[in-house]
Design a protein around this ligand. Structure first.
Ligand SMILES: NC(=O)c1ccc[n+]([C@@H]2O[C@H](COP(=O)([O-])OP(=O)(O)OC[C@H]3O[C@@H](n4cnc5c(N)ncnc54)[C@H](OP(=O)(O)O)[C@@H]3O)[C@@H](O)[C@H]2O)c1
Length: 248
């Protein structure tokens, strides 16, 4: 996908963090239109106003990805879409047994897994109108091997990784490209409090879109995720043990 200027895209969680950086990187490529999706309509309208530019039409949309009503209402406004970036996500930093209920695990699964699944399904008719459609799922390196510091989050991202693989196979006959992105620590609000070297959202956004242009299916967009993935490929058990030591 190198013909950026005729493309129509949607980014979820576009008001901050990696979603904002991806939106800025799409505007730099002068896309025709970008739908900025966010659960806080005022925040997403403010973002769109701030990013106003002469080339790319910016359309703010209220989409809480856990809301079926929001997803249905938004998808009815979108007849054609070339690129869907499922970026919105949450990480609570909880473990599996430290919480007395499963509420957090349910919320992370609803947001990080069922959100992308439901939004993608609703937008498939619009994506099928494109001759070169693509779907980008922003997963996590924690979805490849569970990070016990973020146990339920890792499980939700593992589910998203599995969705990415299955969706890719199912949509191959429709010529819809599906990319999985598996970042390590990136300097956004989500990673506040974690003492790792962090890549910038702007660098990561550039790497993701360049990899999309090259039709790379699996993207490890920062040094930490790339290194951890190398360990995983060489010896998955070693990576599991390494992450476990972080619990202290
Ligand atoms: N930062 C990292 O270290 C890192 C590493 C690996 C993967 N990731 C993934 O990267 C993606 C973006 O995260 P980030 O780092 O940019 O974090 P962030 O700065 O916390 O941004 C998260 C975005 O998701 C939105 N969001 C959360 N729940 C939502 C919902 N139910 N409906 C719609 N939007 C929702 C937030 O909206 P509000 O402003 O309304 O809260 C915000 O725009 C996530 O999927 C995350 O799991 C991040």
């Amino acid at each position: 996908m190198t013909d950026w200027q005729h493309q129509i895209a949607m980014v979820t969680g576009a008001n901050r963090g990696i979603g904002l950086a991806l939106t800025e990187a799409l505007i730099a490529r002068q896309l025709k239109r970008v739908y900025l999706a966010g659960r806080d309509l005022q925040a997403i309208k403010d973002t769109a106003r701030h990013l106003e530019n002469p080339y790319t039409q910016l359309v703010p949309l209220k989409i809480d990805i856990t809301s079926g009503l929001d997803i249905t209402a938004a998808s009815q406004q979108i007849p054609q879409l070339d690129l869907l970036i499922n970026n919105a996500g949450i990480a609570t930093g909880s473990g599996f047994v430290q919480s007395t209920s499963s509420d957090i695990a349910l919320l992370e699964m609803a947001t990080n897994y069922f959100g992308p699944v439901n939004l993608t399904r609703a937008l498939l008719p619009a994506l099928r109108q494109s001759s070169s459609a693509a779907i980008v799922n922003i997963g996590s390196i924690a979805g490849i091997t569970n990070m016990p510091l973020l146990g339920p989050y890792s499980a939700s991202k593992a589910a998203l990784h599995s969705f990415t693989q299955g969706l890719r196979a199912e949509l191959a006959k429709d010529n819809i490209f599906v990319q999985g992105v598996y970042p390590g620590p990136i300097a956004t609000r989500l990673s506040d409090g974690y003492e790792f070297p962090k890549a910038t959202p702007a660098d990561v956004a550039e790497i993701i879109l360049n990899a999309l242009g090259q039709r790379e299916e699996d993207v490890f967009p920062d040094v930490m995720s790339a290194n951890w993935y190398e360990t995983f490929k060489a010896n998955p058990k070693q990576l599991e043990k390494e992450y476990a030591t972080w619990l202290g």
